[in-house]
Ligand binder design. Structure first.
Ligand SMILES: Nc1ncnc2c1ncn2[C@@H]1O[C@H](COP(=O)(O)OP(=O)(O)O)[C@@H](O)[C@H]1O
Ligand SMILES: [Mg+2]
Length: 272
């Protein structure tokens, strides 16, 4: 029945069943909630395999920006192209295909509390992607091994630390072999001593071929891992530059103020 939901234009526009490279292009993207504009016309192209860090103050529109890519939110105006194909009008099977090519890791890990680590990863493969149970469980174990959790496969989320739970969530996001993975402040809910293990997994993933977009406050991670840093404030991209350049020579006064605050929080008042 899903097919009956397809509009003709969408059917002609996109085939996400074979997505080899995965660029992401925002064209004049606007998002409003009621009267409130939270993205003001975003233009940004992310290359296949690129690692992009999105920085900006709270409420600036960072989450909204990446949630639009996987259509957790709907566009108000403009277009987002993935692999050069417009995504705005996708419905039904094509929307489902798009989503299976985009992994999402949330700040709150959102694991199923009643399933062990392995089944948290396998469930999506089985029930969303139609895998056989045995194959799904095998792939789940391979993915948990990749994130360093082979020995925790049968543990329930409540038996895992926050860092381990977030690594399970990363394994789950990778289950459908996405070409794009989105992270929304993946370490912000973690105790400080657990941040490193999650960043290490992300570092291993970066430049593995997958396109990676990371909303983060981890400046060192952004500086070391990202190809490019995009700074958003008030729903606008104020600056986008290679990471080294961004941190060495921030161009916009608001970028400089933001960096001063996050890099030297004790002296933010005097920095004005
Ligand atoms: N579902 C929603 N309804 C109304 N306003 C929202 C909704 N989601 C986010 N906003 C508003 O949009 C703005 C941008 O939010 P968000 O993208 O979450 O910012 P960030 O991730 O940078 O903190 C904020 O002012 C927020 O309050
Ligand atoms: Mg956010």
């Amino acid at each position: 029945m899903r097919f009956s939901l397809l509009t003709r234009s969408a059917a002609g526009a996109a085939d996400f069943s074979r997505l080899d490279s995965a660029s992401v292009e925002f064209r004049d993207v606007v998002k409003t909630y009621g009267d409130r504009r939270v993205l003001n016309g975003i233009n940004l192209t992310i290359q296949p395999g690129e690692v992009v860090a999105i920085l900006g103050p709270s409420g600036s529109g960072k989450s909204t920006l990446i949630r639009l890519i996987s259509q957790l939110e709907t566009l108000s105006a403009g277009e987002i192209l993935i692999d050069g194909k417009p995504t705005r009008r996708l419905q039904g099977r094509q929307l489902y295909q798009l989503r299976s090519h985009v992994g999402f890791v949330f700040q709150q890990f959102n694991l199923y509390a009643h399933l062990n680590a392995r089944d948290n990863v396998a469930t999506a493969l089985e029930f969303v992607h139609g895998w056989q149970k045995a194959a799904a469980r095998e792939r789940a174990l391979a993915l948990l091994t990749q994130v360093g959790l082979a020995d925790k496969a049968e543990h329930m989320p409540s038996q895992l630390s926050g860092g381990q739970q977030q690594r399970v969530a990363i394994a789950r996001a990778l289950a459908s072999s996405p070409e794009i993975i989105l992270f929304d402040e993946p370490t912000s809910a973690l105790d400080p001593e657990m941040i490193g293990e999650v960043l290490a997994v992300m570092k291993a993933l970066a430049h593995s071929g997958i396109t990676m977009i990371v909303v983060t406050h981890e400046m060192q991670f952004a500086r070391e891992i990202a190809d490019r840093v995009v700074f958003i404030d008030g729903g606008d991209i104020l600056e986008a530059a290679p990471a080294a350049e961004f941190f060495a020579r921030p161009q916009h006064p608001r970028t400089r103020r933001f960096l001063q605050k996050v890099l030297d929080p004790l002296h933010q008042e005097s920095a004005g």
